[in-house]
Design a protein around this ligand. Structure first.
Ligand code: 2HG
Ligand code: ZN
Length: 471
């Protein structure tokens, strides 16, 4: 089918509103959040429901036209950006944004792919439930993308990753067939677990159209503290204290470096440090429980008092209101934006065993400083689950393009340390366009060969998010 014929056929399915073709209209969909990739597209397709989605996928399959599924376009690895050659359609799920059902007794919600994570959290809270997944980009990130990338975020220490919250999926397969797997069962051993194949597949096997997510009871008490610590070693000791007090109460345990926090204070309007003086490192700890009168605040105070007395913590503040809680969280959640404003940055989204986080930060910092004088390590992230964002800010006054041109050397340097500590080169952001070249080295042999066979079986034409994930 000729290009204009295909565009006309797609427009017949999704209507005028459902297809954007002008460069000005498609621009926001062709560049990634980090501005590492700028692609071109013959059109951004915006179906309104699963039936339209399936019909356009069928048209694209018949024309062998490649498709890049896109949610909130918040990928950190270029996972949702089309190729430069202008051959790939962007398939935006944004209009499929209905919350189909919430059941507080089953503790489930059924949501369409284009619902933002934030909107899903709010809907769950209105039903007196908790959707226990929280990421910095939750205001823009959409459920489809969150699941397709198996997002992790701040609550993994307690509730696991996105994968652990999925009971059922509705998926449009690469030939346009709709698989309705929207089951809400806690037990269902009926052959291969197809839903988990699509979770984390980054749109390379099919397109997630809707999902049944597990909810948790809504917490009655939530307490947040910001703690000043001398080093990641001290942060690990503090984690141990909270673990031995009550591991089930920890809903987030986040590490921030002095530099990262300083960048937030410098670049983000209204950000303030609620402590008397700056520290080399900080921990944000959040405890939460659905039990009323659990006395969490007292527990938090007593762990912090003991840690202060032992010299593990040098200062700490417990949020006294919802607003203070939000202000402390803001220091953590604005880390990416602040680093973007500071200049060029190379990101390493890595994981190591929790007990190895301090050693990892020390060795990776030394290795990067040896590689490039003036480079600035900004380690932060989800210490409670071992996932550190070991980001490197460009040397002050360096040319950003020069710095970014060395991203492979920097990432390889960090990954050598990750490997020595039995970690992973991609903890939660996925592979996208940025990291397929690392796959043979890290996942080669039987693992990568099996992934290729799965890809060939489910997407024989190779039209689903080409050149992502697999090298
Ligand atoms: C976070 O934890 C995100 O805030 C982004 O995963 C991390 O910017 C980053 O590297
Ligand atoms: Zn993160």
């Amino acid at each position: 089918m000729a290009d204009t014929e295909l565009l006309d056929a797609i427009r017949d399915v999704v209507g005028e509103r459902g297809l954007l073709t002008g460069a000005a209209d498609t621009a926001a969909y062709t560049e990634d959040w980090r501005r590492l990739y700028r692609g071109h597209t013959p059109g951004v397709i915006r179906p309104a429901d699963t039936d339209q989605l399936a019909r356009v996928v069928r048209l694209c399959a018949a024309a062998r036209a490649p498709i890049v599924p896109q949610g909130g376009n918040t990928s950190m690895v270029g996972g949702a950006t089309p190729a430069e050659d202008g051959s790939e359609f962007v398939l935006s799920l944004a209009r499929m944004a209905r919350i189909r059902d919430i059941d507080p007794l089953d503790l489930t919600m059924t949501v369409e792919a284009g619902v933002t994570l934030k909107a899903a959290q709010i809907a769950a809270a209105e039903a007196d439930c908790l959707l226990p997944l929280s990421i910095s980009s939750e205001g823009s990130a959409q459920i489809g993308g969150v699941l397709a990338t198996n997002a992790g975020g701040n609550n993994t220490v307690r509730y696991g990753n996105a994968r652990d919250l999925v009971l059922g999926l509705e998926v449009v397969l690469a030939d346009g067939t709709v698989w309705n797997g929207l089951r809400r069962l806690r037990k269902d051993n009926t052959g291969y677990c197809l839903r988990q194949l699509f979770v984390g597949s980054e749109g390379t096997l099919g397109i997630i159209a809707a999902a049944v997510l597990k909810l948790a009871p809504r917490p009655h008490e939530v307490v947040v503290a910001l703690c000043a610590v001398a080093s990641p070693e001290a942060a690990l000791k503090l984690f141990g204290r909270f673990q031995s007090h009550d591991p089930a109460a920890i809903s987030a345990f986040e590490l921030m470096s002095g530099l990262g926090t300083d960048l937030v204070l410098r670049h983000i309007e209204g950000a303030v440090l609620p402590l008397a003086s700056p520290a080399p490192n900080y921990v944000l700890v959040e405890l939460a429980t659905p039990r009323p009168d659990a006395g969490l605040r007292d527990a938090l105070e007593s762990v912090l008092e003991a840690s202060l007395a032992e010299g593990i913590v040098s200062d700490a503040v417990i949020a006294a209101s919802e607003a203070q809680r939000a202000a402390i969280w803001r220091l953590r959640e604005e880390h990416s934006e602040a680093q973007k404003r500071e200049g060029a940055s190379v990101k390493n989204d890595v994981s190591v065993p929790v007990s190895k986080v301090p050693e990892f930060v020390r060795r990776a910092t030394a290795a990067c400083e040896a590689l490039m004088p003036g480079i600035r390590a900004v380690p932060f992230g989800h210490m409670g689950d071992g996932n550190i964002h070991f980001n490197l800010a460009q040397p002050v006054d360096a040319d950003p393009a020069w710095f970014l041109a060395q991203d492979h050397a920097i990432m390889d340097t960090v990954n050598e340390v990750v490997r020595a500590l039995d970690g992973s080169f991609s903890a939660e952001h996925g592979i996208g366009k940025l990291k397929p070249y690392m796959m043979p080295d890290w996942r080669g042999g039987a693992e990568l060969a099996t992934m290729r066979r799965i890809k060939d079986a489910l997407d024989p034409l190779g039209i689903m998010n080409p050149a992502k994930v697999l090298p």
